[in-house]
Design a binder for this molecule. Structure first.
Ligand SMILES: Nc1ncnc2c1ncn2[C@@H]1O[C@H](COP(=O)(O)OP(=O)(O)OP(=O)(O)O)[C@@H](O)[C@H]1O
Ligand SMILES: [Mg+2]
Length: 467
């Protein structure tokens, strides 16, 4: 049974998406519903589950309007493994008819990483303990056997009650003293010698004909497992040793079988696969074309079983794609969704159109998202103790310029804001810290924006290259 509290309601999902993405309410609503529906479906009876068609989504919208961003954010909100693939890549020579399943394997790989990071976090304290001991051993090798001490011949002067300290006790005391120093970072600069295990690389990259990726991976893993793990001695500072060893010790403490199992489950139950440029594999010329159309249709046919739900072999185990959420996206300028083969159309029942972004949207994109470009640049310069600020008129002007260049040169959506901003701030980014020192405050005004960007906008040739 899944804990419902960790699953957001549709309204909560939209609220989260609103923090990063401006507008596109229709798309946000629908991805929120799809995410929740997956949870609802998993709670239905097994017989009903089979009947309920997954709510895969087809996003239609021009470039740079937030398609990928919405899908990516959705996955991160759901703490779900996410992969993005371009459907058109499967039509490339050598790809045809092969390896569409790799997207599922990538998803599992992603899930394994997520679970591994989580598990390492859980054993962090324990691992840190072990690391401390290793560093300590390198500094002061422990005394393995208490050296038999010769009784002091002139022991009369010593206090009869106090046993003389053995080597081992002395060693212990010194170690504890050093342990504190290590913990406080007092010895961070000190060099020690540690053993670092190297991942054995079997160096076999030959692929026998007819061998797929899975058997290839299995062979590599097998050989990798047979070769003795090489250990290399390295002299590093304690601070560095701590970093290297922490990772190794944490890895030793986690149970990889458990990680694999959990990862497969995570990918299966909550994975999101984003298939971009799906329109590029639709045959614009209609049905039954020739040449490239055949290969495009082939890709669609290859995608079908994965989207419909099937089992895929990965090196971590078999994964079932039934509950994976697929989001396909495309501009559909030339081909139409109806140019996709009917079976595939049927698997993406939810169509959402994303709106082209307006000047006002651009203004908001510059100002409000948690990761807004203005905030990114402010953070960059803050690292040099320079404060950067933008007044509203400057943002309006920037939005206007981006919008104009989009309509005159090429519409690349919100991506235009990146080029405009980088152009605007280029000199400043160069002059800090040499000419513009710490504690400076740079207030970007409308005039400043005009001064730096106006010629560019007026001169079409120039803006084509620069903006
Ligand atoms: N509605 C929006 N709100 C906030 N930021 C946006 C919005 N649309 C686009 N962006 C920003 O623009 C950039 C490009 O957006 P994204 O990658 O989502 O485009 P896309 O729609 O997937 O385009 P393409 O079809 O070319 O893949 C991202 O950095 C994103 O932050
Ligand atoms: Mg995209």
């Amino acid at each position: 049974m899944i804990d419902s509290t960790q699953y957001l309601t549709p309204a909560q999902i939209v609220a989260e998406l609103d923090k990063y993405i401006i507008g596109q309410h229709d798309a946000k609503r629908n991805v929120a519903i799809a995410l929740r529906n997956r949870w609802r479906r998993m709670h239905a009876t097994p017989e009903m589950q089979k009947e309920i068609v997954p709510n895969n989504i087809l996003m239609i919208g021009a470039t740079g309007v937030g398609k990928t961003e919405i899908a990516r954010r959705l996955a991160s909100i759901a703490d779900a493994p996410f992969v993005k693939v371009e459907a058109s890549k499967f039509t490339e020579v050598g790809y045809v008819g092969r390896d569409v399943e790799s997207m599922v394997r990538d998803l599992v790989e992603q899930a394994v990483n997520m679970v591994r990071i989580k598990k390492k976090e859980e054993v962090k304290v324990q691992a840190a303990q072990a690391v401390e001991d290793i560093i300590l051993d390198a500094l002061i090798p422990p005394v393995s056997q208490p050296a038999p001490r010769v009784a002091p011949s002139v022991g009369f002067l010593e206090n009869e009650n106090k046993e003389p300290e053995t080597d081992q006790e002395l060693n212990e005391r010194t170690r504890e003293k050093f342990r504190l120093m290590i913990r406080n970072g007092e010895l961070d600069e000190r060099k020690i010698e540690i053993k670092v295990s190297q991942t054995a690389n079997p160096g076999i990259g030959v692929m026998a004909p007819g061998m797929d990726d899975v058997s290839m991976m299995n062979i590599q893993e097998m050989i990798g497992g047979m070769l003795p793990k090489k250990q290399k001695k390295r002299k590093v500072s304690i601070a560095e040793a701590r970093k290297i060893l922490l990772d190794e010790e944490a890895a030793k403490l986690i149970d990889m079988d458990e990680v694999k199992e959990e990862a497969i489950k995570k990918a299966q139950d909550s994975g999101v696969i984003f298939i971009d440029e799906i329109d590029k594999v639709a045959s614009a010329s209609g049905k039954g074309g020739s040449g490239p159309d055949v290969s495009r249709e082939g890709v669609q046919r290859d995608l079908l079983p994965i989207v419909e739900g099937s089992s895929v072999n990965t090196k971590y185990g078999v994964i079932n794609t039934d509950h994976i959420l697929f989001i396909a996206a495309g501009a559909f300028h030339v081909a139409k969704p109806s140019d996709l083969i009917p079976e595939l159309q049927g698997r993406f029942p939810i169509r959402v159109e994303l709106q082209s972004l307006t000047k006002e949207d651009f203004y908001q994109i510059l100002k409000f998202p948690k990761n807004a470009l203005t905030k990114q640049y402010e953070a960059l310069l803050a690292s040099e103790n320079v404060t950067l600020s933008f007044n509203d008129e400057s943002l309006e002007k920037l939005a206007e310029i981006a919008f104009e260049v989009n309509s005159e040169v090429e519409n690349i959506g919100a991506r235009r804001l990146h080029t405009v901003m980088s152009r605007l701030l280029n000199d400043i980014l160069f002059d800090v810290p040499d000419k513009i020192g710490a504690n400076a405050h740079i207030a970007v005004t409308k005039e400043m924006v005009e001064e730096r960007l106006n010629d560019m906008v007026k001169n079409r040739d120039l803006s084509q290259y620069i903006l």
